[in-house]
Write a protein of this length. Structure first.
Length: 358
C-alpha cells in the first residue's frame, strides 16, 4: 500500500558500506581500515580528555584542528575545511559546487558513494569508462571536462588501487576550468611521495583536495575528514555547512585529531609497514596465479586465475576472513583485500593455498 505523502518523499538508493561484524576474532580485510592502532602518545591524549567538555557544545569551527592541519600542510587556516569523515566533506562539496544543469563526471569504476550523492542531491552525472587496464581515461576526461558541471577523481582510485600521475590530473583540471575538480585522496599516503595534488591548490581556482583520517591515520572510528583548497572555495563550503549543521566535529575528534597530525614519526612508521606487507602479499598472490593490479593504496585488487573470486570470497568468510567483493560488471572476478598485519596476511595466503589446491 502506498500513501499519498510518499509522493513527496526524497527516495534514494543508499550506499552499501562494507560489513562491520561485531565479532572481534575475524580477520577483517573488507573496509580498508589501518591494522595498526593509534600510538601510545595518542592513547594518553584519549585518556586525558576533559569530560566537562562533553557538557558543552564543541567549537563549531574546530579551530584547533584546522590550525594543526593548516600548519602540517603549510597552507593558511582559511584553506582548510573539516568534516565528519571524508564522506561528510565530499557530500558537502557535491552540495556546494555541483549545481549546474550539465552533468558532473567521474569514472564508471570508482568509489560507489559518488553516484549515490549525485542521485540524492539530484545532480546530473555521467560516468567515463576506465581503460581496459583499469587506468583512468585521461583523454576522455579532458574532452568531457570542458562541458561538465564538475569532476570527481579518487586518486589513487578505489577499488582499483591504481594511482593517476600528477601531470594527467593537471591536464584534467586545466580542461575543466569552468567547473570544480574534486580529487579524493583517501589513500594518497600509501602512494609514492609527491603524488598528492595538495601542493597545487594555490595554482588553481577550481581544485579541491579531500583527505581522511580513516585509512592512513588509523582513526576510522573517530570520523575525521578534511579538504584543502583556495580560501574562496573553502568559504563557499563553510557557508553551506553552517546552513545545514554547524556543530559537526565533536570535542574528542577535535582534540585527538589535532594530536594525531603532530604524531608524524609513528604515522610514517605505520605507512612503511603497510607498504612492505603490501609488496610481500602482492608477490605471494602472484605466485598463486592471481592477477594483481599495481597498488598505491593499503589494499590490493586481485583476480584469481580461474575466475572464482565470488567462491573464494564466500569460502573465506566461512573461515572468518572478510574480503570485499563487488558483484558488478567488469570487476566481478576481482577481490579487494585490505592489507592487515603480517600474521593475518600469512593466514590469508595459507587459506588461499588450501582453497586452490583442494
Ligand atoms: C574510505 C573512503 C572514503 C571515506 O572515508 P571516511 O571514513 O568517510 O573519511 C572516501 N573516499 C574513498 C575513495 C574511500 O575509499
Amino acid at each position: 500500500m502506498t500513501f499519498n505523502w510518499e509522493k513527496n518523499v526524497r527516495t534514494v538508493e543508499p550506499y552499501t558500506p562494507g560489513e562491520q561484524p561485531t565479532d572481534k576474532n575475524i580477520i577483517k580485510l573488507n573496509t580498508n581500515e589501518n591494522p595498526y592502532g593509534p600510538s601510545d602518545e595518542i592513547k594518553k591524549v584519549i585518556a586525558s580528555l576533559d569530560d566537562d567538555y562533553l557538557r558543552r557544545y564543541p567549537d563549531f569551527a574546530a579551530r584547533d584542528l584546522v590550525k594543526e592541519l593548516a600548519a602540517f600542510h603549510k597552507v593558511s587556516d582559511d584553506m582548510v575545511f573539516v568534516g565528519v569523515g571524508s564522506d561528510d566533506v565530499l557530500a558537502m562539496c557535491f552540495m556546494t559546487f555541483f549545481n549546474s544543469d550539465k552533468p558532473i563526471i567521474f569514472p564508471d569504476i570508482t568509489y560507489s558513494f559518488y553516484p549515490v550523492w549525485a542521485e540524492m542531491l539530484r545532480i546530473p552525472y555521467k560516468t567515463i569508462p576506465l581503460m581496459d587496464d583499469f587506468t583512468i581515461d585521461t583523454k576522455s576526461f579532458v574532452s568531457e571536462g570542458k562541458e561538465s558541471g564538475g569532476v570527481v577523481i579518487a586518486n589513487p582510485n578505489a577499488p582499483t588501487s591504481i594511482l593517476l600521475g600528477k601531470d594527467k590530473i593537471k591536464e584534467i583540471i586545466e580542461s575543466s576550468k569552468d567547473s570544480v575538480v574534486i580529487v579524493d585522496e583517501a589513500y594518497i599516503d600509501f602512494a609514492e611521495d609527491g603524488s598528492s595534488m595538495l601542493d597545487l591548490v594555490n595554482d588553481y581556482d577550481n581544485l579541491i583536495v579531500v583527505r581522511t583520517y580513516s585509512k592512513s591515520r588509523s582513526l576510522a572510528g573517530l570520523r575525521i575528514g578534511y579538504a584543502v583548497s583556495n580560501p574562496k572555495m573553502i568559504k563557499y563550503l563553510n557557508d553551506v555547512k553552517y546552513s545545514y549543521n554547524s556543530y559537526t566535529m565533536n570535542y574528542p575528534s577535535i582534540v585527538i585529531g589535532s594530536a594525531v597530525i603532530k604524531d608524524n614519526d609513528y604515522f610514517k612508521e605505520v605507512i612503511s609497514k603497510v607498504k612492505a606487507t603490501r609488496e610481500w602479499f602482492t608477490d605471494e598472490l602472484k605466485e598463486l596465479g592471481f592477477k594483481v593490479l599495481p597498488s598505491s593504496t593499503n589494499f590490493v585488487f586481485a583476480s584469481p586465475q580461474d575466475g572464482r573470486a565470488k567462491e573464494i570470497f564466500e569460502a573465506a568468510k566461512k573461515k572468518g576472513i572478510f574480503f570485499r567483493y563487488f558483484n558488478l560488471p567488469k570487476i566481478d572476478d576481482y577481490l579487494r583485500i585490505t592489507i592487515g598485519v603480517d600474521d593475518d596476511m600469512k593466514t590469508v595466503i595459507s587459506f588461499l593455498k588450501d582453497f586452490l589446491t583442494t
